[in-house]
Ligand binder design. Structure first.
Ligand SMILES: [Zn+2]
Length: 287
């Protein structure tokens, strides 16, 4: 783990939590100690690119980040994602139930994104003909739509587990060169495992997308963990769930495969906060 990674884990471990937040509101009197504790707004001071960030606000607060009003749990937990190319400081505006305001300022530590060469993928998946390109756009739009959901379930707050055991064969954020042609950066984490290996839900959720045959991603499942946080699982050889099903953490719901643009059997596990892709490895490392 990088020093920055260790720092992030340490920071997240420290929740909930004692990190400084710029207070725009006047200090609350010492006589009102319980209210003071309840009025805390707590976010990490720094995060890495690709992080899924948890914060704590007084229950009932209005929380705004990146032009969005964040849903908060009954305990005041909020979550948002930091993109691969995000730069700080990130600002979270909080209006407490009593009308007082606070703003959290969060620094973003940049990461070095390696370049990965992927040779031997089917050429038709690297330079698809126009009719196929249109099909890919339609399929991507359906997956994107599944990620717009904002449920009040707090499954995202579980401690995530690996969906499959195995060697990490591809990392989030790497630049990708497919058969010598630059492609989009890698949007998730690849775990090498034999075809047919059961894929387990890393956290509980609701299945919002399931299709055995997308052009690029093959057998594809999206599980929604609530508050805009979702996982996607690609290249599956088998899918045992349908849209609307509830899956519990650790439940096997599909099998590893090599469908779509893949050179061999592996699980691609991606995570999103709405349309922002985040790094599953950082979520796993969250204590
Ligand atoms: Zn992948």
């Amino acid at each position: 783990m990088t020093t920055a990674g260790a720092l992030l884990v340490a920071l997240l471990s420290a929740l909930p939590w004692a990190l400084a937040v710029a207070q725009a509101a006047p200090a609350v009197s010492a006589a009102n100690a319980a209210a003071t504790a309840d009025a805390r707004v707590v976010f990490p001071e720094r995060v890495q690119q690709g992080a899924l960030v948890l914060g704590k606000v007084p229950p009932g607060s209005r929380v705004e980040y990146a032009g969005r009003v964040l849903r908060a749990t009954g305990y005041g937990t909020v979550v948002f994602g930091v993109g691969r190319d995000a730069t700080g400081p990130l600002r979270v505006a909080v209006t407490r139930p009593d009308g007082s305001r606070a703003e959290a300022s969060i620094a973003v530590d940049p990461r070095d994104w390696p370049m990965e060469r992927v040779d031997g993928v089917p050429p038709k998946t690297v330079e698809p003909p126009p009719a196929i390109a249109e099909r890919i756009r339609r399929e991507q739009a359906r997956v994107t739509e599944a990620r717009t959901r904002d449920d009040d379930r707090a499954d995202f707050a579980q401690r995530f587990i690996r969906p499959v055991e195995g060697r990490i064969s591809g990392r989030f954020g790497s630049g990708r060169i497919y058969n010598g042609k630059p492609g989009a950066g890698h949007s998730g984490m690849d775990i090498a495992a034999p075809t047919g290996t059961p894929v387990k839900a890393p956290a509980a959720g609701i299945v919002t997308f399931a299709d055995p045959g997308l052009y690029l991603t093959g057998g594809t499942v999206v599980i929604d963990h609530g508050h805009g946080v979702s996982s996607n699982f690609l290249h599956l050889s088998r899918i045992d769930v349908k849209v609307g099903d509830r899956v519990e953490q650790g439940q096997a719901f599909a099998a590893v495969g090599a469908t779509g643009r893949a050179t061999g059997p592996h699980l691609h596990w991606g995570m999103n906060w709405f349309d922002v892709r985040v790094d599953p490895l950082l979520v796993l490392e969250r204590e």
